[in-house]
Design a protein around this ligand. Sequence first.
Ligand code: FAD
Length: 470
Amino acid sequence: MGEGQVMAQIQLSEREVEHLRNDLSGSVITPDDAAYDEARKVWNGDIDRNPRVIAFCADTKDVQTALAFGRRSGLQIAVRSGGHSLAGHSVVDDGLVIDLRRLNQVTVDPQARRAVVGGGAIWSEVDGATVPHGLAVTGGHVTHTGVAALVLGGGVGHLMRGFGLSSDNLISAELVTADGQLREASATKNDDLFWAIRGGGGNFGIATKLEFQLHPLGETVFGGLIFYAPEQGPDLMRLYNKFAKTTPDQVTTILAYLAAPPAPFVPEQYHFKPGYAVVVVSPDHVVGEAAVKPLREFGPPLFEMLAPMPYPVVQSLFDEALAPGTKVYWKSHYFAEYSEDVIAAIQANTAKMPAGPSQMINLQLGGAVARVPEDATAFAGRSAGFLGMFSGIWEEAGDRDAAVAWSRGFSDALAPLSLGGTYPNLAGQESEERLIKSYGREKYAKLARIKTKYDPDNVFRLNQNIVPAR
Ligand SMILES: Cc1cc2nc3c(=O)[nH]c(=O)nc-3n(C[C@H](O)[C@H](O)[C@H](O)COP(=O)(O)OP(=O)(O)OC[C@H]3O[C@@H](n4cnc5c(N)ncnc54)[C@H](O)[C@@H]3O)c2cc1C
């Protein structure tokens, strides 16, 4: 019997729902409401689930009330902020969704260079509040992703090699834990919880507030992309492998394989044609220009769009290609370098990419990410060179199978050449075995002990689940 069927047996009276409605400052949506279908939508358009109750929380007290209702009723609980979980962890059939989207306040203290961010905010709301003060913190690569879940999982982004992971800049957080208590986590309060929430995901409680250290950022950053033909791939990857080993920390790059968009900066003959792109972001223009010289000289590239641009523009380069509603199947691996075997596997599999919006996106790690000791936080993968992601994306239902098969085939080919684990935030539904590989046995065991302390009943299990220690 499937999970959904078990949940369907739970009896929930109209009166109980009515009580919840009365107890919340926010609102409650059920299948009878006109807003239901919009409210249950998540980013991945391949996920179509029907929760019994969606509780839109307006404040921390609402979160506690909704959690208590969920625990009392026995409904399975999904927590939702940005809704970008690739596996659809933030919505659940027949269960309760605790929706935090209204907890999206962001306040900035420019003198102290700090920001306090609500547990349901998205990255455009953070950038919108910090950038006018000439300040920023590492965010995700698209602006509509939620802040809390991204940070709790680690947080990789365009500024990470200079400023560290998003979670490396977390000073403190407030969480409603499984027992309903509001707890602070910081270096001085509940330090075990603070360690766990910087990489361990949403396993330990519902984050209602996050405090970040900010960094000065000029009005513009140097950024954009250089695009190469598919047949240039092997030589480009050989060059890029050396390039990545010597890139200054201020420069963070991505090597991608994707179809060129029909954008004004793309010559018309390349619209929708696939190829390799190197995406570059550097807060320091001079350092950025100097770093990309070998990439500009190689090839020649088919076209480039590299220029000083406001940080929010760089941040939103992928927004449209990965818009809400994108139907995707996603696999990923950490790998050390572009060895000849890795290059051959990538070239063989990019050649098989179905026409359309599918993508390979490989993030360059290192820099400030690698300088934080591995055991300082729960995040795992600091010593990896790259994170490779193979996103099968389709628009028409008939193209789903080909996109899924391509992503799986790519992942299978890279698996024996990879480091054996991945970054759980940028992965599909991972098994416990794969999570143990990703975190390492020792770190996973520590996470499981902390999980047992704060969530012994595994209330928060719709996530990349750390199972309480048995
Ligand atoms: C288009 C796209 C781009 C992405 N880019 C990046 C990137 O650049 N860098 C990166 O690191 N990751 C990236 N990710 C992955 C991203 O970090 C995860 O998908 C993350 O879960 C998104 O957060 P969310 O709030 O949108 O997720 P949701 O789907 O709302 O939640 C995801 C998980 O976190 C839990 N959760 C949600 N809110 C809270 C909360 N306040 N407290 C506790 N638990 C909570 C949920 O229960 C669920 O298990 C990307 C994902 C997508 C789809």
